[in-house]
Design a protein around this ligand. Structure first.
Ligand SMILES: Cc1ncc(COP(=O)(O)O)c(C=O)c1O
Length: 389
């Protein structure tokens, strides 16, 4: 069958492929430690589950407003107002099945052939995939370990052309755990305003940070109306399987994105949205507890990796990933990831799964127990001992 030409430009997210490979090994009786998949290993807090059950028992089982039910949009607007310090109109909030469709919809709505989009590389791979799919030119900014994986603002400035329509930010960042500093964000906001560029700020890890709180570019004067602020429930409330995310959009983008929702999924599951209201308005104690545990695991895995000859690892400031440098092991990172899965029973992702500038690194998710992390470290150390130079 002949597929459309644009399908050849669509990328993917390899974490799901590696998960399937790891599960195939498990089906053969091989023990695998999962450090590949990016989701909290905690259960969704019970109050949130109860809110969904209540909604189901009250008949919330139908289609609903494509943009998201009004009471949830009102709570999201309040939440953004409280955390970003800017007034948000619930009519500019759009709710989607997970935050991921926001990438798809807003890039499709904004970009076309001849446009350019600047994004950090490595990055969550769907961004590059969607820019390419839209026909626009993907303009990567390589993230450098020596900058703690922050984006180099001078380099970004040098890549802006009259065709630049979009800059993508993600802080805290997947896959490196890096975070932008306030001066970076202020400089990027000034560039966006000067050159009339839209910013897509992926803030899905907004609550998972270990020192200072990440600054949202949307909170800077004049930025809300040119920012696609993407966030959601998956990471903060351990709700990956509920498929519930949202964006606050520039007013001109709202009806375009809602149009794409109507053309694809119609609306987001309504009982998930009631659970979302409870997540935002109910007790918040599960969040700092989860982050405290992530911090212990981060310290454990960073120290453990740095103790392995041939591997060095920066301390991430947010999210739940480490991005160790494995260049001294002398093989490309995809080979190493395959080797660790097949020979050591540790599932990781190659840095290149997040873009070509990820070569020389692995991504490990530490959203698993300390016991599993200790076991994984032992296995990795043993498996790479013969390669360390
Ligand atoms: C940077 C980033 N943005 C967005 C998402 C998607 O989140 P959701 O599960 O809500 O679609 C992820 C998931 O891993 C992510 O890492």
């Amino acid at each position: 069958m002949k597929l459309s030409q644009k399908m050849s430009r669509l990328g993917t997210e390899t974490a799901f492929r590696v998960l399937a490979k790891a599960q195939a090994l498990e089906a053969k009786g091989i023990d695998v430690i999962h450090l590949e998949i990016g989701e909290p290993d905690f259960d969704t807090p019970p109050n949130i589950c109860q809110a969904a059950t209540k909604a189901l028992s009250e008949g919330q089982t139908h289609y609903c407003n494509s943009q998201g039910i009004v009471p949830l949009r009102v709570e999201i607007a309040k939440q953004i107002e409280g955390t970003r310090g800017v007034a948000v109109d619930p009519n500019h909030v759009v709710v989607t099945p997970g935050a991921k469709p926001i990438m798809f919809y807003s890039i499709l709505a904004l970009l076309e052939e001849g446009d350019e989009a600047i994004y950090p590389n490595p990055l969550f791979p769907i961004y590059e995939s969607m820019i390419n799919f839209s026909g626009a030119k993907a303009v990567p900014i390589p993230l450098k370990e020596e900058l703690d994986f922050r984006l180099d603002v001078d380099e970004l400035k040098s890549k802006i052309t009259p065709r630049t329509r979009l800059i993508i930010l993600n802080s805290p960042h997947n896959p490196t755990g890096g975070m932008l500093e306030e001066r970076d964000i202020r400089a990027i906001a000034a560039l966006a305003q000067e050159h009339d560029i839209i910013v897509l700020s992926d803030e899905i890890y907004e609550n998972i940070y270990y020192d200072e709180k990440p600054l949202s570019i949307a909170s800077l004067p004049g930025m809300l109306d040119r920012t696609i602020l993407l966030s959601g429930f998956s990471k903060t409330y351990a709700m990956t399987g509920w498929r519930l995310g949202y964006a606050v959009l520039p007013p001109e983008l709202v009806s375009a994105v809602v149009g794409l929702i109507v053309n694809s999924v119609s609306c987001t599951s309504v009982f998930s949205q009631y659970a979302g209201i409870e997540a935002l308005t109910g007790p918040q104690d599960s969040v700092p507890k989860m982050v405290e545990e992530f911090k212990k695991r981060r310290d454990l895995i960073v120290d453990g990796l740095n103790a392995i000859p041939g591997i060095s690892c920066h301390k991430p400031r947010g999210a739940f990933y480490v991005f160790p440098n494995v260049k001294k092991l002398g093989m490309d990172c995809q080979q190493l990831a395959d080797y660790l899965l097949n020979e050591a029973g540790v599932a990781t992702l190659a840095g290149t799964d997040f873009g070509k500038y990820g070569e020389g690194y692995l991504r490990l998710s530490y959203a698993t127990s300390q016991e599993n992390l200790e076991k994984a470290l032992e296995r990795i150390e043993k498996a790479v001992a013969k390669f360390a130079r």
